[in-house]
Design a protein around this ligand. Structure first.
Ligand code: SAM
Length: 220
């Protein structure tokens, strides 16, 4: 069963606007995250900070880019080659707006892409960024396989997702997300670690924050 009238991600549902608003407002959005999913929004910002350390010429794939929250980490003039990909054109438009606002538009290109069939060559990107995405995909294992396929050896993947093994407290969120068609089957923390490892990522870390966990690892 699916709740009527909400639309999937490609229809730019109202929820996407609410979500984008929350991640772009550290105080009010942070409170919403704390109360709603017991997660610290600053943890997301901290994860994006790493992007500001990348050398000029680094090729980054951000999928799903959504409204471009990860661009918070980029610096004007940094010179990275940042590809922002998403299944929804409305999200790519928001990312471009965010890139202009942050003075990094010259480093960002956008691309419509399904994470389950990424239009990029094997080992062609240095960094994969995938924040708050896995739980939205219909086949998260396939998504991880695709993201690790395009990542070059020595490159790193950093991301986050709502997980299934965070307790009953977050079950209403997961159920509502599935009913709305905005969340997929999702996966547990051990699933993420196992799938990343299968994709060649060595000893991935998993750091929980309420309903969400942050993961990171380097491809061997
Ligand atoms: C909750 S948003 C997160 C976006 C962003 N990374 C963030 O942290 O704010 C989830 C995004 O996944 C995108 N999406 C859903 N299914 C997708 C798919 N199969 N391939 C690529 N993007 C997808 C949606 O369009 C939406 O922008």
């Amino acid at each position: 069963m699916r709740l009527p009238g909400l639309g999937g991600w490609s229809d730019d549902p109202a929820w996407a606007t609410v979500y984008d608003w929350s991640v772009e407002h550290p105080r009010a959005g942070g409170l919403l995250w704390r109360l709603g999913i017991q997660s610290d929004l600053r943890r997301l910002y901290a994860a994006t900070d790493e992007l500001g350390t990348l050398a000029a010429g680094t090729r980054v794939l951000d999928v799903p880019c959504g409204g471009g929250v990860a661009l918070r980490g980029l610096r004007p003039g940094q010179g990275v080659d940042y590809v922002a990909a998403d299944i929804a054109q409305a999200m790519l438009d928001r990312t471009l707006d965010a890139a202009r606002d942050r003075g990094v538009a010259d480093q960002v290109t956008t691309r419509i892409a399904d994470v389950g069939d990424l239009p990029f060559d094997d080992e062609s990107v240095d960094v994969v960024v995938t924040f708050t995405g896995l739980h939205c995909f219909p086949d998260p294992e396939r998504a991880v396989a695709e993201m690790t396929r395009v990542l070059r050896p020595g490159g790193f993947l950093t991301g986050s997702a709502v997980l299934t093994d965070t307790g009953l407290r977050h079950e209403p969120l997961r159920r509502a997300g599935r009913l709305a068609g905005l969340m997929g089957p999702m996966c547990s923390g051990p699933d993420v670690v196992r799938w990343l490892t299968a994709g060649g990522v060595e000893r991935p870390s998993l750091d929980r924050s309420g309903a969400i966990a942050y993961f990171r690892g380097v491809r061997a």
